[in-house]
Design a protein around this ligand. Structure first.
Ligand code: PLP
Ligand code: COI
Length: 341
């Protein structure tokens, strides 16, 4: 398996070169053939809409090597759907589900040596991206699109792993407008969040926690992950039109129900942070990152939770990972096993 001699357990969440990526062009109103490339570079037209007007969307999922040696994808259909929705949101050609699946499976197969072994904590991160590659100077959607998938082995998103992190609430910078593109996975949202994110890092926090940009009263989400709180045997997570609909969060809501918790998706007023027994950030990259401290940068108001992960977050974490790695029964049919690896 480990023909690449990688120290899997030490991998950060970063780019590690693999051997191949896959590409497919949309031209003259239709998708072409999947192409395999060994180059890490993409020839791009100088007037491509992705470069000028932000016509770009991406996805993030992981291929998990199970205890049984099988390689699983978790709810890839949801990623395919979300990418179609992102394409709709910023007027790009939509990638059909079958093309999406064929591309990710091809990219994983071609780089099978980079799938981290079970038990190392590392996984193969799969990054599909879609960009307007056609030339425009006026502000208009492109007539040509490029869909690509690369894979890279990764470790934990937050260097703390499953250890609680501190996050910073900001009021002077927004990630997304109330009726803007926050619910799509488009590059522009991440550019908009960079200044707040880097400032939070400089201030010693693992992530920023955004409030709703209209009233600054409710919790929206963390930089790269959704937010949840636990109290009174209830999993509470924000309802907001400007956050990314996280597939991990959606899955945790179901797992919470399966484990006998109540689930509430509703607006979470900032003050309610004082009442949670546990809080966390969740996403494909972050998995679950328990939160030990939330500090408001503007007012200094601080909420603290356990220095260690709470019991409910720990249960949710192990259950989710167990399903993804094939040690807990996949009762909802979320996994797809990739054959032949
Ligand atoms: N929120 C944002 C802004 C993200 O970038 C991500 C990562 O994809 C998430 C939430 C978590 O979504 P998912 O669980 O589908 O990975
Ligand atoms: C993910 O969780 O997959 C993400 O895309 C988050 C971040 C790396 C942007």
């Amino acid at each position: 398996m480990n023909q690449k001699n990688i120290d899997w357990a030490k991998l950060p969440f970063g780019y590690y070169k693999t051997d191949y990526n896959v590409r497919c062009y949309y031209r003259n109103g239709k998708w072409g053939e999947l192409e395999v490339s060994s180059s890490e570079y993409v020839p791009v037209h100088i007037a491509a809409t992705a470069l000028h007007y932000g016509q770009e969307a991406f996805e993030g999922m992981k291929a998990y090597r199970g205890k049984d040696g099988k390689v699983r994808l978790f709810r890839w259909q949801e990623n395919a759907k979300r990418m179609r929705n992102s394409a709709y949101g910023i007027m790009m050609a939509e990638v059909p589900e079958e093309l999406f699946y064929n591309a990710i499976v091809k990219a994983i197969h071609m780089n099978a040596d980079y799938i981290p072994p079970y038990g190392t904590g590392a996984t193969l991160y799969v990054r599909p991206l879609l960009m307007g590659s056609g030339a425009r100077v006026g502000v208009k959607p492109a007539d040509e699109y490029l869909f690509m998938v690369f894979v890279t082995p990764v470790g934990a998103y937050f260097k703390e792993g499953f250890k609680p992190v501190s996050v910073q609430v900001v009021r002077d910078l927004d990630r997304a407008a109330p009726l803007g593109t926050g619910k799509y996975k488009v590059g522009g949202n991440y550019a908009a969040g960079l200044r707040a994110t880097e400032r939070a890092h400089d201030d010693g926090f693992a992530s920023v926690l955004f409030l709703d940009s209209l009233e600054k009263k409710y919790i929206d989400e963390a930089g790269p992950a959704n937010f949840f709180g636990i109290k009174d045997n209830t999993y509470v997570t924000p309802q907001s039109d400007s956050i990314l609909p996280s597939i991990t969060n959606m899955s945790l809501e179901q797992i919470a129900k399966d484990l006998g918790l109540k689930v509430e998706r509703r607006r979470i007023p900032f003050e309610e942070l004082a009442t949670f027994e546990e809080t966390g950030a969740c996403g494909t990259a972050a998995i679950i990152s328990p939160i030990k401290k939330i500090m408001d940068k503007s007012t200094g108001v601080t909420f603290t939770y356990g220095e260690e992960a709470g019991t409910v977050s720990t249960k949710l974490y192990h259950h989710l990972r167990g399903i993804q790695e094939g040690t807990i029964e996949d009762v909802h049919g979320w996994n797809t096993i990739i054959e032949g690896i």
